[in-house]
Write a protein that binds this ligand. Structure first.
Ligand SMILES: Cc1ncc(COP(=O)(O)O)c(C=O)c1O
Length: 452
């Protein structure tokens, strides 16, 4: 970087760095990006801003996380004040008051006796923490042969080895060796007969019964836990078929299997309730969260476990550690301050309820894209929706990628893509007009594509 650029960058001048080479971006075609960078230098409420000052409508809450919108004053202030008061405190053998406060607030929001919270720093760490607690719990109750972990095709549980072992997105797995031994998968729930369903599809509850098949194959005595997202988000918003989650709960109960809901996307309001578990009326034994807990401002994730799971670990000698797991930044003070302020904003502005109201607006708007020649399917669940684009013959993923790019460069909108699927999941402060604007942008983008 030139000296002047450095000085500008330090003073917040929004200068684009003149060397993009050193940074290796995640889940991004790096060569292409560096030729045609999609830079963001600032954000406020519903918008990102490019370094040149162009406003980009955030139709994705960043990465499903900025639920309260961007740079909200009470959250910013809380983080600033915390940084000046307690920047760090060790998380092993010591603690600070705000960690307990956040845990209590989350336990109050979580349904039933999901009332003990273990903090991590991301959704990936949350998923791996949940899987490890499930394994250790089974062992601590004398069921040490239960070592298998069951996920689901098209599931996403982050990028740790645990998460990709139970995850079901082939590209996230195939480069990384044999993964965890003993992991297996339920089938995904995307059935062709459910195409263009509004909300939860009628068909598919029977797919939960495939867990009985896995029990028959492996024997219940070898299965520790099942992990699913209440609705599969990253793979393109796959809502659970009606009755599916309840059925999964029943089968887990019958066979002593720990049921984990990965609520990294559904947690903190996206379904119009605090958690998906509440929305669907199904209580898991362990629930993960991340993203929305701090409205995306400071990294934080974690798991909430039911009382009997926590208590199963409280049996050793008084000085003995009860769980050999944790992170340097577990319950980091800045994350805790951000979480408390975010939870206050959600409560004071009724944002979960607002997400529930806007979900219907999004559903009505997004389904107007049905009939477009490039639209193969449309799904919606809570304040999230996805549009499957007909792939370009011979170049799968190209139309999705082009859509995201044209969104940023030509239509001033941030869209999320997974291959040829466009997903929208706006912050909860989104207006009806902005939802309309997002859908019209997608329509215009699709029409601009070759074949559209
Ligand atoms: C359901 C689910 N679990 C885990 C993760 C991973 O979260 P992170 O990227 O914070 O590690 C995600 C991220 O999108 C997610 O959607």
């Amino acid at each position: 970087m030139l000296d002047k650029d450095m000085a500008d960058a330090r003073s917040g001048g929004g200068t684009v760095p003149n060397d993009l080479e050193a940074l290796w971006l995640p889940f991004t075609p790096n060569r292409q990006f560096k030729r045609e960078p999609r830079m963001i230098s600032r954000a406020k409420d519903m918008h990102f801003y490019t370094p040149e000052g162009r406003a980009i409508l955030d139709a994705t809450a960043g990465l499903w996380c900025s639920n309260a919108g961007h740079c909200r004053e009470p959250i910013v202030r809380a983080i600033q004040e915390q940084a000046a008061e307690l920047d760090f405190s060790p998380s092993f053998q010591f603690a600070h008051p705000k960690g307990f406060e956040v845990a209590s607030r989350i336990a109050q929001l979580a349904p039933g006796d999901l009332d003990h919270v273990f903090f991590a720093n991301s959704g990936s760490e949350a998923a791996d923490t949940a899987l490890k607690i499930a394994l250790a719990y089974q062992r601590s109750r004398g069921e040490g042969t239960r070592v298998r972990l069951i996920g689901r095709e098209r599931g996403y549980h982050g990028t740790g080895f645990g998460g990709i072992s139970v995850g079901g997105m082939p590209n996230n797995r195939k480069f990384f060796g044999p993964l965890l031994a003993g992991a297996d998968h339920l089938p995904h729930t995307h059935l062709p007969e459910n195409r263009f369903t509004r909300g939860e599809p009628e068909h598919g509850a029977h797919l939960a019964d495939r867990l009985e098949d896995l029990v028959a194959l492996h024997d219940a005595s070898t299965i520790a836990a099942v992990i699913v997202e209440p609705f599969a988000g990253s793979t393109g918003v796959l809502p659970p078929p009606k009755g599916y989650l309840k059925r999964l709960r029943e089968i887990c109960d019958k066979h002593g299997i720990v049921l984990i809901f990965d609520e990294v996307i559904t947690g903190f309001g996206r379904m119009g309730t605090a958690f998906g578990a509440e929305y669907w009326g199904v209580q898991p034994d362990i629930m993960t969260f991340a993203k929305g807990v701090t409205s995306g401002t400071v990294p934080m994730g974690g798991v909430v476990v039911r009382k009997h799971i926590y208590e199963a670990f409280q049996t050793g000698a008084d000085h003995a550690i009860d769980l050999f797991h944790g992170y340097t930044y577990t319950a980091h003070p800045l994350a805790c301050a951000a979480a408390l302020a975010s939870l206050d904003v959600y409560r004071d502005e009724g944002l979960f309820e607002r997400a529930g109201q806007m979900a219907k607006v999004l559903e009505d708007a997004i389904h107007t894209l049905k009939g477009h020649p490039l639209v193969a399917d449309i799904r919606n669940c809570g304040l999230a929706a996805a549009v499957d684009i007909v792939p370009q013959p011979g170049s799968p993923g190209l139309r999705g990628f082009e859509s995201m790019k044209r969104g940023y460069f030509d239509h001033d909108i941030m869209l999320r893509i997974t291959a040829d699927t466009i997903a929208v999941s706006p912050p909860f402060i989104v207006t009806e007009d902005q939802i309309g604007q997002s859908v019209e942008a997608i329509r215009a983008i699709l029409t601009s594509l070759d074949g559209g």
